[in-house]
Structures are given as structure tokens and as C-alpha cells.
Design a protein around this ligand. Structure first.
Ligand code: SF4
Ligand code: SF4
Ligand code: SF4
Length: 210
């Protein structure tokens, strides 16, 4: 196993980007080159920082507050009565934990959600909420057995998504211009019209009540 792989095995694989990298693997690569500090992973918290310190023979550090704080383990859920199916959340999810199609209700697959929260800011209807997970045992150092199982699954789902993205880029690069537009999952004008439609529906509901 390479040093990068050994480091990656220690990371929680939420793919949340709080470390400042586009996922756990790029952070592992940077750590392996000595270009980053070991305290940049809030989801892993002190236990993961300690395991990195031991592997890399470095002194332990407090989690860098600039990367965020360690939150309790959680997933997210969508209020399906508000969702307008704009697909923004699906596009943000690094592990394909959201299902739904354009203009249809979306839902989060709870067993696959890492709680990275990347889907929350792009939602124009603010209808994605945090759902606390049941209490988990956290070891003094490293990931718990449950976290390791989840990390292996999330790593595989993230890698599969990246592979699809690469294939998609290759395909769209070879398409004529009008087909490239069709290949886009959701254009900005589409989203604006969906939001306008949702707002109109909400206003109509308010008027009915009055
Ligand atoms: S889980 Fe940690 S290492 Fe992975 S992307 Fe998030 S902050 Fe970075
Ligand atoms: S559903 Fe949201 S919080 Fe869960 S993994 Fe996907 S982007 Fe992250
Ligand atoms: S971003 Fe919000 S409104 Fe859009 S599909 Fe996702 S949950 Fe629904």
C-alpha cells in the first residue's frame, strides 16, 4: 500500500471539502508530500488527527478552526412537500446519495448520506435539513468500525461518480454544440423558471388561505 493509500484509509471519506481539498484523496496526497497539516479534517476530529500524527510521525495538533468544527454524526433529509426538483442538490452530492429527476420530488438515501452538507447551500428552497444520527462510539484514535464501513462505501461511491464524470466530459467534448447544451443536467434558466413556478404556487396557497 502506498503512503497516500495508507493516509486515505484513515480519513472518514465524507468528501465534505472542509479540509480545503476536493475530497479526502486530494488531502491525503497533499499530506503525503508534507504540504498540509494533519489537523484539517473536522469530520474526523481529534481521533483522526491522532491517527495521522502517528502514521506521519508528527506532533498532535488541535483541529484548525478555519476548517470548521467537528459536528455530531448526521445525515440530511429533504422536505419533499417543498422540493421543486431543480436537481441542484443531486449535482452537489459527492456520493450520489440523492435520487430524483428534473421537476420531480427528490429524496436522500439515508444509508448512503455522509452528512457532508454540500447539498444544503445550493438548494434554492432551503428544504434540506439535518437529521442527527444515533449516538456512535468514537475511539480515542482513528475511525470506529462503523465509520470504517461507511468510509469504504463512500470512497467507492465517490470514485464511481468521478469515473462517470470523466466519461461524461469525454462524451460531451465530442458532441456538436447544440447537443452539448442538451447534455447539461440543468441550465440556470431552467432553475430560475422552476423557482418562479414554486414561488407562484406558494403565493397561490397563501391567497387560498386568506
Ligand atoms: S472528510 Fe476530512 S479529509 Fe475528507 S473531504 Fe472532509 S475534511 Fe477533507
Ligand atoms: S445527501 Fe447531502 S449531506 Fe448527504 S452525502 Fe449527499 S450532499 Fe452530502
Ligand atoms: S436543491 Fe432543493 S428544491 Fe432542488 S431538487 Fe434538491 S431539495 Fe429539491
Amino acid at each position: 500500500m502506498t503512503l497516500v493509500e495508507k493516509i486515505d484509509q484513515l480519513l472518514p471519506q465524507t468528501q465534505c471539502e472542509q479540509c480545503g481539498f476536493e475530497g479526502c484523496l486530494p488531502y491525503a496526497e497533499s499530506l503525503s508530500k508534507g504540504e498540509s497539516q494533519i489537523n484539517r479534517c473536522p469530520p474526523g476530529g481529534l481521533p483522526v488527527m491522532k491517527s495521522l500524527a502517528a502514521l506521519l510521525n508528527q506532533p498532535e495538533l488541535a483541529i484548525d478552526p478555519e476548517c470548521g468544527t467537528t459536528q455530531p454524526v448526521h445525515t440530511v433529509y429533504i422536505d419533499e412537500t417543498l422540493c421543486i426538483g431543480c436537481t441542484k442538490c443531486i449535482q452537489a452530492c459527492p456520493v450520489d446519495a440523492i435520487v430524483g429527476t428534473k421537476k420531480k420530488m427528490h429524496t436522500v438515501i439515508q444509508s448512503e448520506c455522509t452528512g457532508c452538507d454540500l447539498c444544503i447551500p445550493p438548494c434554492p428552497l432551503d428544504c434540506i435539513y439535518i437529521k442527527p444520527s444515533e449516538e456512535e462510539f468514537f475511539p480515542e484514535t482513528g475511525l470506529s468500525d462503523m465509520q470504517k464501513v461507511r468510509a469504504d462505501k463512500s470512497r467507492a461511491r465517490h470514485q464511481a461518480q468521478q469515473k462517470r464524470g470523466e466519461n461524461r466530459t469525454t462524451i460531451t467534448k465530442t458532441l456538436p454544440p447544440q447537443e452539448k447544451v442538451l447534455a447539461n443536467r440543468s441550465s440556470d434558466s431552467d432553475m430560475l423558471s422552476l423557482i418562479a413556478m414554486a414561488k407562484a404556487k406558494t403565493q397561490a396557497k397563501h391567497q387560498e388561505r386568506e
